[in-house]
Design a protein around this ligand. Structure first.
Ligand SMILES: Cc1cc2nc3c(=O)[nH]c(=O)nc-3n(C[C@H](O)[C@H](O)[C@H](O)COP(=O)(O)OP(=O)(O)OC[C@H]3O[C@@H](n4cnc5c(N)ncnc54)[C@H](O)[C@@H]3O)c2cc1C
Length: 300
């Protein structure tokens, strides 16, 4: 019986692990990847202490900190279910089963899919959800970015470094997000904004060759070789059904990151805390772990 299982090693889970290691809690960290979404950010400019660095470099710094405290992350392990027992919780992964008195859920969020024909078929063959990772692969090609918010605009600007023409297919009449990004996108001569465009199909043979969209009831086509899908994120909370969630499936927490089930805390993007940022996730993870440490202390 462990003191705690941290599920997810993004910024929230890793920050919590540092606090728990310092307080010598008996815990494990189980995670599919180490670093989470930070790995997808090509430029982090708003994390205190680091003026500007690629996300994967920031994750290297996080990992060094974890290594300093000899925290071992069970990487490549996916939690499939969580159940309550008499004395705590049973966590089943694709590889093993663990029991702990408390849990910290910090599984973050993942990309929302369009759910249109061709999306799955051409995933990795021109369809991507990560411009930061894949834009360099589309050098001198024409690409589409589906979306109309900050992520879509950032992706289009990043793609503009490499690709020939970039089309932003926005389902709404106007782009929404930071004024600065909107201004930069509008100024970029390689980027064309297509408003009121509902993407309906991605086409190709071995790789993507085009897409179809509906605008004012007319079906139109674009010849492109890459599609960046940037239509938002959904919390990764499907493996746990014993805690209360909101209508977006975010786990509802109080100001101390406690869920409605005693012994389970949640932090970072998977929770209903409004801002989804690395600094916020780190702070929430730290706060949750301090509460867990106090809770374990009281049990002893
Ligand atoms: C492209 C992009 C750029 C961004 N740029 C910035 C930026 O510049 N500045 C900024 O502050 N924020 C940025 N963000 C947001 C920021 O990355 C997130 O808010 C932050 O990573 C959330 O941290 P987290 O720990 O809650 O979750 P995540 O980072 O999502 O980490 C969750 C972890 O849980 C693991 N996991 C998920 N499900 C399971 C499971 N079932 N079992 C085990 N493990 C699981 C995942 O593998 C992952 O390691 C960006 C996000 C994206 C997508």
């Amino acid at each position: 019986m462990l003191d705690c299982i941290i599920i997810g090693a993004g910024p929230a889970g890793m920050a919590a692990a540092i606090y728990m290691a310092r307080q010598k809690l008996d815990f494990i960290v189980v995670s599919k990847t180490v670093g989470g979404q930070t790995l997808l950010s090509w430029e982090v400019g708003n994390y205190l202490g680091f003026q500007m660095l690629p996300g994967d470099e920031l994750v290297k710094e996080f990992k060094k900190h974890m290594a300093d405290y000899k925290i071992k992350i069970q990487e490549g392990e996916e939690v499939k279910s969580v159940n309550k027992t008499k004395t705590g919780f049973k966590v089943k992964t694709d590889k093993a089963e663990y029991e702990a008195r408390t849990l910290l859920v910090s599984t973050g969020s993942k990309h929302r899919k369009l759910g249109i024909p061709g999306e799955d078929e051409f995933y990795g063959k021109g369809v991507t959800y990560c411009a930061a990772c894949d834009a360099p692969l589309f050098g001198d090609k024409d690409v589409a970015v589906v979306g109309g918010g900050n992520s879509a605009m950032e992706s289009a600007l990043f793609a503009s470094k490499y690709s020939k023409n970039i089309y932003i297919l926005n389902i709404n009449p106007e782009l929404t997000g930071d004024d600065d990004l909107i201004a930069r996108v509008k100024k970029d001569e390689k980027i064309e904004i297509i408003p009121n465009a509902k993407t309906t199909e991605i086409t190709g043979d071995k790789f993507v060759t085009g897409l179809k969209y509906k605008q004012d009831d007319e079906v139109k086509g674009l010849a492109i070789q890459g599609v960046f899908i940037e239509i938002g994120l959904i919390p990764v909370s499907e493996f746990i059904d014993i805690v209360k969630k909101d209508k977006w499936n975010q786990i509802i927490v109080d100001k101390d990151n406690a869920t409605d089930v005693e012994g389970i805390w949640a932090a970072g993007d998977v929770s209903d805390v409004t801002e989804k940022q690395i600094a916020v996730a780190v702070g929430e993870g730290a706060k949750a772990s301090l509460k867990i440490i106090k809770y374990i202390d009281k049990l002893q």
